[in-house]
Design a binder for this molecule. Structure first.
Ligand SMILES: *Cc1c(COP(=O)(O)O)cnc(C)c1O
Length: 376
């Protein structure tokens, strides 16, 4: 059997071990140290934000963001339905109730019309959300200008879940810097990785100071352990941050590689009418973390599961699109707001994530493309 082709796997740049070694040499084997500081500085200057705090995961970053925004028991939070469960779970950690918002067809992200409808419905109930979690799916930025205008008119803050979109650009500005808080993930399959990790960013240095305090057990400034609020143990390890430092050096290269992978799919699959690769919003640039497409059911009887199974025979990994949160058992009692059609369900039923590993050679990708072409 030929060597496995992954959906998206860790891809080291080469200097990561040097920084990890530095942690060992200085004995900063702790959730603080020079690597953590430098990694934060790199991300800050890369995305252009004054304040960032490195954390143990993207999920932790969302949890802290929602906590800082004051989400409490029985509070409503509007969340994109088509996403990974980590966008919504932190709402539950705080005792809140996620209300899921449908996608729009072109960007796959939160539909501004559905969001507006949700605000109108919940305003009538006298129950405005405490926050909105807007996700940038597979590297594609959501229609942030429209989403922000709606949220601003209700004075509701936004957590921008940019876990999948580090390196993407929307209207000339880096992804993650649009929300009241932005969060990144450095999990193993993301565009860069620290083996596990995340970051929270904000325009407000005071807010990030508070995030740091909460992430390190919320110790007051006292000569003994004194606490006046709930804390978490969410800081990033200085060893992991060493990997992050090396990875930041190759982030632009990875974005270019991911985009080249996407372009090769466009070229190689253009003969198949039914395969509609994800568009890119005007005035934006996706990092193309994963190359995704819809297999239009009006044009073929072939379904994503057929393509996934066919590729699997050749030891090639492809996946279904995220199963929307409003279709998950854990959220079965939660409200879902859409226009007429359930777009998130459509994208789940007919969408596919194609192998997007930057370690995949052009020849390997040609093989993927050949197999897909032969199936159609
Ligand atoms: C990966 C991911 C997260 C969570 O990040 P972790 O670092 O795995 O905790 C959150 N939201 C989205 C959309 C993700 O893809």
């Amino acid at each position: 059997m030929s060597e496995r082709i992954f959906l998206s796997s860790p891809h080291m740049g080469g200097t990561e071990e040097k920084y990890v070694q530095e942690a060992f040499d200085t004995n900063w084997i702790a959730p603080l140290g020079n690597n953590v500081n430098e990694f934060e500085n790199q991300v800050k200057s890369y995305v252009g934000t004054p304040a960032a705090c490195a954390l143990s995961s993207g999920t932790a970053a969302i949890h802290i963001a929602l906590d800082l925004l004051g989400v409490q028991r029985d509070d409503i939070v509007f969340v994109s339905s088509l996403t990974f469960s980590a966008s919504a779970n932190p709402v539950l950690y705080l005792g809140g109730k996620p209300v899921f918002i449908d996608s729009e067809r072109d960007s796959w992200n939160m539909c501004p019309k559905a969001l507006k409808k949700a605000f109108e419905q919940y305003e009538q109930k006298g129950q405005l959300p405490k926050a909105v979690v807007a996700v940038n799916l597979y590297g594609q930025s959501c229609r942030f200008d429209e989403i922000k205008a709606i949220c601003d008119s209700y004075d509701v803050p936004i957590v921008e879940d940019a876990a999948e979109s580090l390196g993407s650009v929307y209207q000339g500005q880096m992804s993650g810097t649009f929300g009241d808080y932005g969060i990144f993930s450095f999990n193993g399959n993301k565009i860069i990785t620290t083996s596990g990790g995340g970051m929270i960013i904000s325009e407000s240095e005071d807010n990030i100071k508070l995030a740091l305090k909460k992430a390190t057990q919320a110790r007051d400034n006292a000569p003994y352990y004194q606490h006046s609020m709930v804390g978490y143990n969410y800081r990033l390890s200085n060893v992991s941050a060493g990997i992050g430092r090396g990875q930041m050096e190759v982030l632009d290269e990875r974005v270019n590689q991911k985009r080249a992978i996407f372009d090769r799919y466009v070229e190689g699959l253009k003969g198949i009418d039914a395969i509609e690769l994800m568009e890119e919003l005007p005035n934006s640039k996706s990092n193309r973390w994963l190359s995704t497409a819809v297999i239009n059911p009006d044009k073929t009887d072939i379904r994503p599961s057929d393509v996934i199974a066919k590729l699997q025979e050749s030891n090639i990994e492809a996946r279904h699109v995220w199963k929307p949160m409003h279709l998950q058992l854990v959220f079965e009692d939660n409200d879902f707001i859409s226009m007429d059609e359930d777009i998130a369900a459509y994208l789940f039923n007919y969408g596919i994530c194609l192998p997007s590993d930057t370690k995949m050679t052009e020849e390997q990708q040609e093989r993927v493309i050949e197999i897909i072409n032969s199936l159609f």
